[in-house]
Structures are given as C-alpha cells and as structure tokens.
Design a protein around this ligand. Structure first.
Ligand code: ZN
Length: 174
C-alpha cells in the first residue's frame, strides 16, 4: 500500500459513519479476516508543513483471497513466530486481490482520491500488527486494524521489519 511519496500521517480522519461501516463490513467476514482499501486525500498545508492529516472519504471492501496454495512456493510463515496456535488460514491471513486493487485505484483517480492504505480485521486478536503483517510489509504505508470488539487503530508500517510500526490516531470527523 502507499507509495514512496507518502510520509507518515499525523492523523487519520474518517468522514461521517465510515469508521462504523468499516468495522461492520470487516467483522462480517468473521471468523475470517476481512479487508478493505481506504480512499481519500492527504490534507497538506503549506502553513503547517508538519501537519499531514489524511481524510478517508471512501471504504472499498475487498474479498480476502488469501489461500495456502498461493503461497506454497514462497511460504515464509515457518520463519515467523506465530501470534497464536493456529495453522495459516484466512482466519489469520489476508490478501487483497491485485485486480481489485487496480480497480479501486482507477476509480479513485477518476474521483480525485488516492488509495491511502489498507484495513483488515483481527477477529481473533487485538488491533495491533501481527508478526505476519510486519513480515509482509515491503514498503512503508498505512495499515488500519480492527479488533473483534470493534477497536480501530491505525499503524504506519515500515519496510524495515526491525522497526516497530508507529501508531497513528484514528478519529471520526464530519
Ligand atoms: Zn493482521
């Protein structure tokens, strides 16, 4: 997610009821992880160059297409310390279909929005990045995680896995 031109946001603002609908659509996939793309704009200000709030204007739900077969050839899960005693499945893994990603990208561009990051649920865990989430991050970007209880937390993922993801506050705005 994200791209090399994006700097870590200072705040994630969800418009209207988007945070609630994000929770509902992701947790509807339980016991499997649900996933979505977050579309919106960066609110850059020349007056306050440090300020870099991101405004989420649309949640783009995606199918979780993770499957064991896809990763048989490149399974790094054995190298990862599992967060819990579960064999890999969509209950603890997610993958957004690249075709859906492209579709969202084209739609966003048409509407002057950007894909600002991704969101997924942890129906069996807390809203913090798992070892797998960290291991599968290859470029810095925003990852929003929803816990089973509907706790929404934003994380700035870093491609260097030895660096801990930094939390970014999420809130609802009009
Ligand atoms: Zn995760």
């Amino acid at each position: 997610m994200g791209n090399r031109y994006m700097k870590m946001p200072t705040l994630i603002k969800f418009e209207g009821g988007l945070m609630v609908s994000l929770c509902e659509s992701l947790l509807a996939e339980a016991p499997e992880e649900g996933c979505a793309l977050l579309l919106g704009n960066q609110e850059l200000s020349s007056l306050y160059p440090i300020k870099n709030d991101w405004r989420i204007k649309k949640v783009w739900p995606c199918c979780n297409v993770w499957s064991k077969e896809i990763f048989n050839f490149a399974d790094i899960s054995s190298e990862i310390k599992e967060d819990h005693e579960m064999s890999p499945s969509r209950k603890t893994r997610f993958l957004i279909n690249p075709k859906e990603h492209l579709k969202a990208h084209l739609w966003a561009r048409k509407h002057n929005l950007q894909i600002l990051g991704s969101a997924h649920s942890h129906p069996h865990g807390v809203a913090v990045p798992s070892a797998v989430d960290k291991a599968w991050t290859f470029s810095p970007g925003l990852m929003v995680i929803v816990s089973a209880s509907g706790n929404v937390r934003g994380w700035w993922m870093q491609s260097n896995q030895s660096l801990t993801p930094k939390e970014v506050a999420c809130l609802t705005v009009k």
